[in-house]
Design a binder for this molecule. Structure first.
Ligand code: ADX
Length: 185
């Protein structure tokens, strides 16, 4: 059995695109395979490690650097780290990628029309009404990754399980996790 080396799977994309849903389902699949996994979700991290941070560029960069720091520590100890955070700025994403090294970037993508229609948290409505300022995609920038390992479009009715399967394929193909058959054997 080869020693687990760990990897960070970094989900970036607009609020409501499906980062949390896909990463949580992926967490379940990986755990079922007996692999060590941790999920760092922006909404959760902002209640714990990063309580008090806001949504200015400075605060978002601090948020991402701290998440990246923890992800790096865990990755070095063989954990599969799943990060789900908007992480709108390319430069700080590339910075954490360079630090961590074993890094798979997944752009979870949906059109603004779809996101405004879904609006699960009601935040797009508030942002459009001017009740929330600096809202990513509406009144704040989102810089798309230029060369993500994977793009998942979630506005075409693709199931969560299919999205998860696509991430698992990439992780297997790049040798970050053993192929499913091997894991079962
Ligand atoms: S990040 O930009 O710093 O990566 P993060 O993923 O941690 O963001 O947090 C985003 C979540 O915070 C959103 O899903 C949403 O629920 C909430 N939120 C509150 N205000 C904003 C805002 N101005 N822009 C984006 N998300 C916001």
């Amino acid at each position: 059995v080869t020693r687990l080396r760990g990897v960070t799977v970094w989900f970036t994309g607009l609020s409501g695109a499906g980062k949390s849903t896909i990463s949580a389902a992926l967490e379940d699949r990986l755990r079922e395979r007996g692999l060590p996994v941790e999920l760092l979700d922006g909404d959760v991290v902002r209640e714990k490690l990063n309580k008090g941070l806001g949504f200015s560029k400075e605060d978002r960069d601090v948020n991402i650097r701290r998440i990246g720091f923890v992800a790096d520590l865990l990755t070095r100890h063989g954990v599969i780290v799943l990060v789900a955070a908007i992480s709108p700025y390319r430069s700080v994403r590339d910075e954490v990628r360079a630090t961590i090294g074993r890094f798979v970037e997944v752009h979870v993508r949906a059109s603004l029309d779809t996101l405004m229609e879904r609006d699960v948290k009601g935040l797009y409505r508030k942002a459009l009404a001017g009740e929330i300022s600096n809202f990513t995609g509406i009144s704040d920038p989102y810089e798309e990754p230029l060369a993500p390992e994977l793009i998942i479009d979630t506005d075409r009715g693709q199931s969560v399980e299919l999205s998860v399967a696509r991430v698992l394929d990439v992780l297997e193909d790049t040798g970050h996790i053993p192929a499913a058959a091997e894991a079962v054997a």
